[in-house]
Design a binder for this molecule. Sequence first.
Ligand SMILES: NC(=O)C1=CN([C@@H]2O[C@H](COP(=O)(O)OP(=O)(O)OC[C@H]3O[C@@H](n4cnc5c(N)ncnc54)[C@H](O)[C@@H]3O)[C@@H](O)[C@H]2O)C=CC1
Ligand SMILES: O=C(O)CCC(=O)C(=O)O
Length: 380
Amino acid sequence: MKTLTLANGGKNMDMFEKISEHQQIVYCNDKETGLKAIIAIHNTTLGPALGGCRMQPYETVEAALEDVLRLSKGMTYKCAAADVDFGGGKAVIIGDPLQDKTPELFRAFGQFVDSLNGRFYTGTDMGTTPDDFVHALKETNCIVGVDEVYGGSGDSSIPTAQGVIYGLRATNKTVWGTDDLYGKSYAIQGLGKVGYKVAEQLIEAGADLYVTDINQHAIDKVTQKAKASGVGIKVVKGEEIYSVPADVFVPCALGGIINDQTIDQLKVKAVAGSANNQLLAIKHGRILQEKGILYAPDYIVNAGGLIQVADELYEPNKARVLTKTRAIYQTLLNVYEESSNNNITTIEAANRFCEQRIEARSRRNNFFSHEKRPKWSVRV
Ligand SMILES: NC(=O)C1=CN([C@@H]2O[C@H](COP(=O)(O)OP(=O)(O)OC[C@H]3O[C@@H](n4cnc5c(N)ncnc54)[C@H](O)[C@@H]3O)[C@@H](O)[C@H]2O)C=CC1
Ligand SMILES: O=C(O)CCC(=O)C(=O)O
């Protein structure tokens, strides 16, 4: 790689060091609507960047940047693991999803997405819903996951939750020798779009639950469902979720929740959930392994939504989405086997598999001829 000679000898380049793994960062500022957002494109080797947009009241711009850098990198790996022809990108909007949403804010966001001219496609993540993006869709076609009546493939949290269930089954099979969900207890953190749907399926399977959420309405909804079905449910407050005597921890809210403080509290035998970036640092994968806790790499388990929105950009096909989501079960079993055979952690095994796949695919993507249109002729 060529290194440029910099006038000041390369000092004060901290920001470029921080984003050194990424291709492009876009800061979006719209005075009229109050929009403050960051779009990060990590890698487009496999195709245009694709990733949801999170809305959160970040305390600092640095915290928002940190989040979007980590989330967009995760998407590069998620796309590779799910074998979709897209690259890694993500966006964050700085604001309170309960107070700061307006149609105009999302239209302004759509205008920034459009300015990237097909390099970035986006839809929902934590704090945003498909309806928010109906407004953004008025400004750009690079929106995924809106309702079918608007031409989208619908709520992507449905296949995400389905994928989590396949991930839980593969995890149970590896730990207990059976992929039944029944007979085990699950500690779910976050009962939003994905977490609630996972809880619903676990309740239907007759599993016992521990749950927590900061939103009382979300808790009421799930406890009513559990009671109507006659399964055991215990609601716990905040941090208590880490120390409950459940079999599996299912994080479905924030990232970074597997860290030095929480690992010591965990009593579970496995961690498998939808939250992006569950490990605060890669070393926490090793610490979990040393404690005998099986970790299901998040970006493999939670790829169902990505599979659906990627599919939508070519031509939606629900049967194909289901087939590819079901494959999460086998991909995860392969990762567990690689980890065990090579004495590496499950996240190291998953990362290695994705990096090898990106490297192999990049050689195919280098080939250009006038007769053969680029394979990335997705909706722009
Ligand atoms: N929506 C999707 O299809 C996908 C979501 N994910 C990830 O899954 C996670 C959940 O996403 P969604 O369900 O879409 O978000 P959501 O915003 O619909 O739900 C998140 C839930 O977590 C709760 N929550 C927030 N902070 C909490 C805390 N400290 N303790 C307990 N609960 C808390 C919220 O009140 C909310 O009910 C996120 O990490 C997201 O990035 C990953 C892949 C796809
Ligand atoms: O679910 C989506 O809309 C996009 C996929 C995504 O952002 C994710 O998997 O984190």
